[in-house]
Write a protein that binds this ligand. Structure first.
Ligand SMILES: [Zn+2]
Length: 82
């Protein structure tokens, strides 16, 4: 198991391809969560190390972007995420 990628969060991720813990997974929109999961799975399944590396870098970028969006929504006090 790996640890949630959300800054300062130390919860375990929800599964092999999940990048966030359950709490932060549900803080994503459905589109964001689905998108991250697809890239994560692609990275794991990539046949060449170069492809895998490329996809992991992309995933890192998208994770950072998604974290910012979640933080923006939290800053706005959008408690309607549930
Ligand atoms: Zn988390």
């Amino acid at each position: 198991m790996s640890v949630c990628r959300f800054p300062a969060c130390e919860s375990e991720t929800g599964g092999r391809d999940a990048v966030f813990c359950a709490d932060h997974h549900f803080a994503c929109t459905r589109a964001e969560a689905g998108f991250l999961l697809r890239i994560s799975i692609s990275a794991r399944r990539a046949e060449s190390p170069a492809d895998r590396e490329h996809l992991r870098e992309q995933l890192n970028g998208y994770v950072a972007q998604t974290v910012r969006k979640i933080q923006e929504r939290q800053d706005k006090g959008a408690s309607s995420v549930a």
